[in-house]
Design a binder for this molecule. Sequence first.
Ligand SMILES: Cc1cc2nc3c(=O)[nH]c(=O)nc-3n(C[C@H](O)[C@H](O)[C@H](O)COP(=O)(O)O)c2cc1C
Length: 385
Amino acid sequence: MVSTMGRHFLITTFGESASKYVGTVVDGIPAGLPISEKDLAFELSFRKTGRRFVSGRRENDIPEIVSGIYGGYTTGSPMTVLVRNEDPQPSLYENVKHEPRPGHADLAFIKKYGRENWDYVGGGRSSARETLSRVIGGTIAKKLILLRGTQVGSYLKSIGNVSGSARVTFERAASSKHFPTRAESERTDKRFSKIVERLSLEGDSAGGIVEAIATNVPEGLGDPVFGKLKAALAYAIMSIPAVVGFEYGLGFDGAKLKGSEASDSIVKNSNGTISLERNLSGGILGGITTGSKLVVRCAFKPTSSIRIPAKTVDLDTLEDRKISVIGRHDPVVAIRGVAVVEAMVSIVLADYFLYEGIIPASRIERGPALEMEEKWKNYMREFTQ
Ligand SMILES: Cc1cc2nc3c(=O)[nH]c(=O)nc-3n(C[C@H](O)[C@H](O)[C@H](O)COP(=O)(O)O)c2cc1C
């Protein structure tokens, strides 16, 4: 079972839905990066349960840094962060022990690892509680890339077949942190809210599309063959539970266009730089960043756990059964997925920043670290909930 991702900025996630702790080990962080539990808690608050429109599991998600820090700065050694699981409620999953849930990893996990090794409580290791560990890694990655002024903003582009604004800037994407549905504007948030309220009443769910936009991305990240940045992003994002599709730039829409319609002119700017006129390739050509904004999207499937009954088979009796899930689930997993996508894009960028030598691998000088910290504090101030 592989639980580590990255080549230079490595995250290892651990824990299950009902284990004592979930957490992350991050390796490859240069010494001298300021990181606090407050930073981690801030980012975790955007994927937290127990809020409006998301799962009712009551978790405080309090991060505890147990290694890799001295005097508020990273030491260059692995950073380990623990978060206690406070509300696993195993009794809610008693029937799952013998009735695998449609759309979940239950059946595939049993077939591979054996029923005797199956931690059925809340999906065990396949639980989306694991994505908390990714957000912890993503926070550190965000601060690393901010050293060069790079930022990632994400938002919920659509729920089912209802979409928000067609064109969204980085600033609008980032502002989704103000809205419970993570829409790009108040207007879309109101529309999405009505949909989620209706789904909750019906005991049903919907899928959604999340877009992430990265700004101030340096040119030249990525290699031409297996080190393509688009491949690394696809790998990272497709590893998120419930993600069923990845695209960047024009994406799947590009397949419907003629070459003449999808052509993106190379133009000279007034300041003498050369760039692409429309950035239809989402900031990447040949797997290498062009210096334009990075634009990636992914599709989340509708939440599998719904009140409307679904068929399964009792593993003890082999009789047909019906499963209906009440409470503790997200009507639209893509809402909390926004924070996870943002984290994964940041983690991939941090990995490439270190690979390309854009940030020093060993030590960050105090001056740039403090400059970055100032920007980070402004960011936290802007979006404190
Ligand atoms: C943040 C987040 C929250 C999720 N919450 C739920 C949930 O409440 N109920 C559910 O059925 N699936 C939820 N999922 C999705 C399942 O974890 C996922 O569908 C399942 O593990 C099977 O994996 P797969 O869909 O990638 O095949 C969530 C996913 C994410 C990213």
